[in-house]
Design a protein around this ligand. Structure first.
Ligand SMILES: [Zn+2]
Length: 343
């Protein structure tokens, strides 16, 4: 008992003499005196060895010692916190939280999703295919004869010759692959990336994105094509859009047409965007050439179909009034951030 009282006296002197310097020293102090294996707990454990008649007096001394150690700890801790507030190192819980940065969908993805959603409502499903393609699926099946300029080395990125492997120049290869499956009727749209050996400028790039569509069934007519595309542009750009078809030529459709829409900026009066014509070209289309159907194993006497194709970049440029194609692939955060919150 005397021995214990001596110890307590020694510890009290130690506590009184402890310098209050720093959070690490405070934690060391807490563990030494107030921790689960600390001195206060150890001394309380000695209670069982104290004679019964002295327990009450010793208990009072122990409690007083415990209070002494705790007071020192609380005083030290409070001093430390006020220093942190003064020096600005304390955490201020009243500050607003850090905003989590919101990403944005790429404008190409936004427009692509818009286009897909519109055609889905007309019963079209989405089909995808390889970007590295063979000659048959990219050219031959589509009635592109050997001498056609699109097969020229200038336009196409060839990966291998004899046999020919190339980066697809359009997403029509997916249409060919769908037709080859032989499951009719076919009503698909094919969005994807395509590659052409073009000089990069504000209006052309060596890769871009297309959405092509294909509808094959019995009795499909050019009237179906016109009505489908008219519905599409009205859904995408609004009800007051007008359209016109100009005769054109593609090896894989007959007859073929380019479709223009009335200029979104000047509404037909004439401006720089529409080169003062009042019209902007947005896609090519036509009735699938019977030879293409036959190439893909479809009876051209029984089935007819229409096809169309458009560049997603072109639509996005019109919709968001973007004047340089290169912006889409430069990853400039100032450009991309403008689409934050768009879905
Ligand atoms: Zn215009």
């Amino acid at each position: 008992m005397e021995n214990l009282l001596e110890q307590i006296k020694g510890y009290k002197e130690e506590i009184a003499a402890t310098q209050q310097n720093g959070a690490a020293a405070l934690e060391t102090f807490r563990i030494r005196f107030l921790g689960t294996k600390g001195i206060v707990k150890t001394l309380f454990a000695e209670m069982k060895n104290v004679p019964a008649e002295e327990k009450k007096a010793f208990g009072a001394i122990l409690n007083e010692f415990k209070q002494f150690a705790e007071d020192k700890y609380e005083q030290w801790k409070a001093g430390l916190e006020s220093t942190e507030v003064e020096s600005g190192t304390a955490f201020d819980y009243t500050l607003p939280g850090d905003p989590a940065p919101m990403g944005s969908r790429h404008p190409i993805s936004l427009v692509k999703n818009d286009i897909i959603a519109i055609f889905r409502r007309l019963g079209f499903s989405v089909a995808e295919g390889p970007e590295i393609e063979d000659d048959f699926h990219n050219f031959t099946a589509l009635n592109l004869p050997e001498h056609h300029p699109a097969r020229d080395m200038q336009d196409t990125f060839y990966l291998h010759q004899n046999p020919d492997w190339l980066l697809r120049t359009h997403t029509s290869n997916v249409q060919v692959r769908e037709m080859e499956k032989g499951k009719l009727p076919i009503r698909v749209i094919c969005p994807g990336r395509v590659y052409r050996n073009e000089t990069i400028s504000a209006r052309a790039h060596c890769f871009f994105h297309q959405v092509e569509g294909l509808y094959i069934d019995e009795h499909v007519s050019f009237a179906d094509l016109k009505q489908t595309l008219y519905f599409f542009v009205q859904e995408l750009f609004g009800n007051n859009i007008r359209i016109r078809f100009r005769p054109s030529y593609f090896p894989f459709t007959e007859p073929s047409a380019e479709m223009d829409i009335s200029c979104l900026l000047c509404h037909g009066k004439g401006c720089n965007v529409c080169k003062h014509t009042g019209w902007v070209e947005i896609l090519g289309c036509g009735m699938v050439h019977p030879q293409v159907l036959e190439n893909c194993g479809i009876d051209s006497n029984k089935y007819t179909g229409f096809a169309f194709g458009m560049g997603i970049e072109r639509i996005a440029m019109l919709k968001y009034q973007i004047n340089d194609l290169r912006l889409f692939s430069e990853n400039d955060i100032r450009f991309l951030q403008q689409f934050t919150g768009s879905f």
